[in-house]
Ligand binder design. Structure first.
Ligand code: ZN
Length: 325
């Protein structure tokens, strides 16, 4: 799913790219909060800072003629984006405040510019505070005349524990009510399932295209052989006929897979939109969808068998391989 925003901390699926708007979302798994901006680029400006860095300002069109401005500094001189390109900007948040810019992604060109990682800023602050604690406790230990080594050891332990504690305290994690956490978890589960169904659909589409190419090649070869001498090529023609039959069955399975996954994606879309996530696929939909997905999995196994059958047809393997399949 091209348009899925994943948690930058734990990779859980968070949301789909919001259409020309700004949304905030909390990851139910790691409790980090994110802001996602999406919209076409109205214009951008850049200014060189020193010899290696550049300040950028992007203006994105969101909502009804509204502009969202994003400013950041990166250590490279080129941001691949033109007016009209669809841009996604993702920040982490601390409460209602933006914490750090994570990345700018150009959906039109596929480029991504990474600026930070979730928790970087908190870790820098924790390191600075941890260093302070270490300096003070070692300073105190040094004033002790007797058992100075023991005191220094104690200071090291205290510093380490304090650093761990500060690091954890400073992380921008958010408290969620149990109900909200459960509903978020359910939405993330739906998104995950949708992602898997979308991947299944894409695989079936690709397999159909491959099937078509193989079929054309075999039919063309068959025609050439029959034009020359049917008897001479008899064994090969038989192999080609068997291969074409396998390809037919493969195509039927692929079409069933493609349509099945397409339907599953539509059902999941409706559930996501309806916000039925709270009841985790409420009502009658869940068992129906799950049995459909089981059927699709069985079809996928059947498809793998057919693929093996085709590979076992040595003549076909050779013909397709020779032609650079
Ligand atoms: Zn997460």
């Amino acid at each position: 799913m091209e348009r899925l925003i994943e948690c930058d901390r734990c990779r859980a699926p968070l949301a789909e790219v919001p259409d020309r708007s700004v949304v905030q979302t909390v990851c139910a798994t790691c409790r980090f909060k994110f802001q996602v901006i999406n919209g076409p680029l109205a214009n951008k400006s850049g200014r060189q800072v020193g010899s290696h860095q550049r300040d950028y300002e992007l203006r994105l069109e969101i909502g009804d003629r509204q502009l969202e401005i994003v400013r950041f500094r990166i250590a490279r001189d080129h941001l691949p984006a033109r007016p009209g390109d669809e841009i996604v900007v993702v920040h982490t948040m601390r409460g209602k405040q933006l914490e750090e810019l994570l990345y700018v992604r150009n959906l039109t060109t596929g480029d991504i510019i990474r600026v930070g990682s979730p928790g970087d800023r908190a870790e820098r602050s924790a390191n600075a505070l941890g260093f302070l604690v270490a300096a003070v406790s070692i300073g105190v230990a040094m004033t002790i005349e007797q058992y100075r080594l023991v005191a220094l050891g104690g200071a090291a332990v205290i510093s380490y524990v304090a650093w761990l504690w500060i690091d954890r305290r400073l992380e921008p994690k958010h408290q969620l009510s149990p109900e909200f956490a459960e509903s978020r978890q359910a939405t993330q589960g739906l998104l995950e399932r949708k992602q898997a169904c979308d991947a299944g659909r894409l695989a079936a589409v690709q397999s159909l295209a491959e099937n078509e190419a193989h079929r054309e090649r075999l039919i063309a070869l068959r025609r050439k052989m029959s034009d020359v001498d049917i008897d001479l090529f008899k064994p090969r023609l038989d192999a080609i006929d068997r291969g074409l039959m396998t390809l037919d069955r493969q195509r039927a399975v692929d079409i069933a897979l493609r349509d099945g996954y397409e339907r599953a994606v539509k059902i999941l879309d409706i559930e996501l939109e309806a916000g039925a996530a709270a009841e985790q696929l409420g009502g009658d939909v869940a068992p129906l969808l799950l049995s459909k997905l089981d059927e699709l999995r069985a079809l996928e196994e059947q498809q793998a068998d057919l693929k093996r059958e085709l590979q076992a047809n040595a003549e076909i393997e050779k013909l397709l391989h020779e032609r650079g399949a």
